[in-house]
Design a binder for this molecule. Structure first.
Ligand SMILES: CC(C)(COP(=O)(O)OP(=O)(O)OC[C@H]1O[C@@H](n2cnc3c(N)ncnc32)[C@H](O)[C@@H]1OP(=O)(O)O)[C@@H](O)C(=O)NCCC(=O)NCCS
Length: 158
């Protein structure tokens, strides 16, 4: 999979996310309060889960973004996605998402979901641009601060 994921997107290139990236992932999350925060140890733990897909984007030899998703049977979900603030709006988030969609399809997923904070208008606009639509709402889903989640479903083509 590593080779299939390796490609250039502008100045960033994609590769498989590794356990050694956990500290850099936690650092990007620290700068991204809109995303769910996982400390380094949690990132390492999540990467061990069954059905996990982790993709990294790198710019100038440094981790600049990541996506962590999971697949159970034919359902896939994006668990976390963030791009370092200075690298945003350059297509990196889109490249990560498209690579994940391709990989989930290759693994036989037929549905793709994610949750996003209701106030996270930027991410919602981002997902809508990539063909996701709102499929539900979960009251009180997030902590620190407490907030509802919007559930969105992406398009997978088979
Ligand atoms: C959401 C996120 C991953 C997008 O990454 P990115 O690299 O900036 O995304 P892209 O450059 O591929 O953006 C593609 C499109 O998304 C939409 N978009 C992205 N950021 C946006 C913003 N700040 N305002 C409005 N639309 C935005 C636009 O349609 C954009 O296309 P355009 O630049 O041609 O207008 C990034 O903003 C981020 O890390 N946010 C903080 C963490 C987060 O919210 N994660 C989601 C948790 S569910």
């Amino acid at each position: 999979m590593a080779t299939e994921l390796r490609r250039d997107q502008g100045r960033a290139s994609l590769r498989r996310l590794r356990a050694e990236d956990a500290g850099a992932v936690a650092e990007i999350l620290r700068q991204s309060p809109e995303a769910v925060f996982w400390p380094e140890a949690s990132v390492r733990e999540v990467l061990e889960w069954q059905g996990i897909l982790g993709i990294a984007s790198e710019a100038a030899g440094k981790l600049s973004g990541f996506l962590i998703g999971r697949q159970t049977k034919d359902e896939a979900e994006v668990l976390n996605l963030a791009v370092a603030p200075t690298n945003r709006r350059g297509g990196e988030g889109g490249a990560l998402l498209l690579a994940a969609i391709e990989e989930f399809q290759r693994r036989g997923a037929s549905r793709l979901f994610l949750e996003v904070r209701e106030s996270n208008a930027n991410a919602i606009a981002f997902y809508v641009k990539h063909g996701f639509s709102r499929s539900g709402r979960r009251e009180g889903y997030y902590r620190d601060p407490i907030e509802a989640a919007i559930v969105m479903e992406g398009k997978l083509t088979h």
